[in-house]
Design a protein around this ligand. Structure first.
Ligand SMILES: C[S@@+](CC[C@H](N)C(=O)[O-])C[C@H]1O[C@@H](n2cnc3c(N)ncnc32)[C@H](O)[C@@H]1O
Length: 277
């Protein structure tokens, strides 16, 4: 056991540096101090899972096909997927008010970029139910994307522990989940009327966007914090390009945007409204 543990911590620094630059190019992950250990541990685990014993051989496999299975799996392992129901609740209150003020018969698609395991986009769909009742699936669609195939699989299952669900206001927790049975005891599944409104897709925010939008609302919360300031600035520009005039961009509370006065103005904490022209 001791040996395996050491192995994981001691990928040669030349290998770690190459993996770090791959993560930078592909994910926009900023090379920060302290990231070496994380990369070394996670890549070491991945290397053993693939049955490879030499770090140099592992690097060859990952670099041989940067778009392929091994590279994608590694990048997946390097993402930070922390999320929770009702995280930064003022945004959900804002969204419910936004929906309530939508003109009658307007239908919208909301983009939830960096959706992780689905707590955020599912909550947006629940709020649409709160506002529009049975008409919600006709009025609102949620496009939820992430670069990690692992979290997308979990998100599509839409099964969460009761403890995670308990972060939601009681009313939502009671109305929009079905209890699990057997081995899913202590778990809850998002009900089908909510699930049918959310569509999950793989998308790397640092790569080119397919033709998207224009969306009235884009949630892109708690992901740009991992990007370099230059990439963040470029990303904000790309995100606003997908938003309709007078539409909204929501970012994480710790990700306040600066220098965007010509494009958008702040309306409340980490909510920005694109200019009309
Ligand atoms: C910390 S979670 C935030 C989840 C959610 N938005 C929230 O605020 O709770 C960040 C998510 O961004 C995803 N991510 C990281 N880099 C990405 C990229 N380049 N393109 C798309 N998603 C990315 C990760 O896989 C992860 O699921």
């Amino acid at each position: 056991m001791g040996l395996r543990h050491n192995e994981a911590r001691t990928l040669p620094s030349s290998v770690i540096q190459r993996l770090q630059s791959l993560a930078g190019e592909r994910l926009g992950l900023e090379s920060r101090e302290g990231k070496e250990l994380l990369i070394s541990n996670r890549a070491g685990r991945h290397m053993r899972k693939l049955g490879i014993s030499s770090p140099e051989e592992y690097l060859r496999v990952v670099e041989a096909d940067p778009e392929g299975g091994a590279a994608r799996e590694l990048l997946d392992l390097l993402t930070t997927n922390h999320t929770a129901f009702w995280r930064e609740p003022s945004h959900f209150r804002w969204f419910a008010e936004y929906l309530a003020a939508l003109p009658a018969r307007r239908t919208i698609t909301v983009w939830c970029a960096a959706a992780s395991t689905g707590e955020e986009p599912h909550t947006l769909a629940m709020l649409a139910h709160e506002v529009f009742g049975a008409a919600a699936p006709r009025r609102v669609r949620v496009l939820a994307t992430d670069v990690s195939t692992r979290v997308l699989e979990t998100a599509e299952q839409a099964i969460y522990t009761s403890e995670r669900v308990s972060a939601l206001p009681d009313r939502l927790a009671r109305r929009y989940f079905e209890p699990g049975r057997g081995r899913w005891r202590n778990h809850l599944r998002v009900g089908s009327s909510v699930r049918e409104m959310v569509h999950f897709r793989w998308l790397n925010l640092t790569g080119p966007f397919p033709r998207m939008g224009p969306y009235p609302v884009v949630f892109c919360r708690n992901v740009m914090i991992y990007f370099s300031p230059e990439l963040r600035a470029r990303m904000v520009g790309k995100l606003f390009d997908t938003i309709e005039p007078s539409g909204y961009l929501l970012v994480g509370h710790a990700e306040g945007l600066v220098g965007i006065e010509s494009v958008a103005s702040p309306v409340q904490t980490a909510v920005y409204r694109k200019r009309a022209t």
